[in-house]
Design a protein around this ligand. Structure first.
Ligand SMILES: [Zn+2]
Ligand SMILES: [Zn+2]
Length: 133
């Protein structure tokens, strides 16, 4: 436990892990609740629209989205973009395409080992058949 300055209001407080003081965290919780309410009623809103409608700072909304606590149906027009390809996002840090690419890369490296163990036999037969025909 150490005393740090709240990154939101600058007040000195005792922190375990959080970067904002208990009061600011409460404010953030209220913002999140309000943002969800507004977004539920007006799902067509983008990040900027929600900030105006719910009267919440846009950086707080962006933070919620990055933490995966808030999700837009519409791709956000604010500066939330895929960290790999720069495509606009509505949640998280990477777009689906980049996520899938990463997942398939991981699968491939796992799959290759698996192939070596069980799949090579049938693969060889298929290949042989193709070459015959
Ligand atoms: Zn604070
Ligand atoms: Zn991407």
């Amino acid at each position: 436990m150490q005393a740090i300055n709240c990154e939101r209001c600058g007040k000195l407080f005792m922190s375990l892990s959080s970067k904002s003081c208990p009061e600011c965290r409460e404010v953030e919780d209220n913002w999140l609740r309000k943002a969800k309410e507004v977004l539920y009623r007006q799902p067509q809103l983008d990040m900027m629209g929600l900030a105006n409608e719910a009267e919440i700072p846009i950086d707080a909304i962006e933070e919620f989205v990055r933490q995966g606590r808030l999700m837009f149906r519409k791709a956000a027009v604010a500066n939330l973009t895929c960290e790999l390809c720069g495509k606009p996002l509505n949640i998280g840090k990477r777009c689906d395409a980049c996520n899938n690419r990463i997942i398939s890369m991981v699968r491939q490296s796992i799959g290759r080992k698996e192939e070596e163990r069980v799949g090579m036999h049938s693969l060889r037969i298929n290949k042989a058949r193709k070459e015959e025909g």
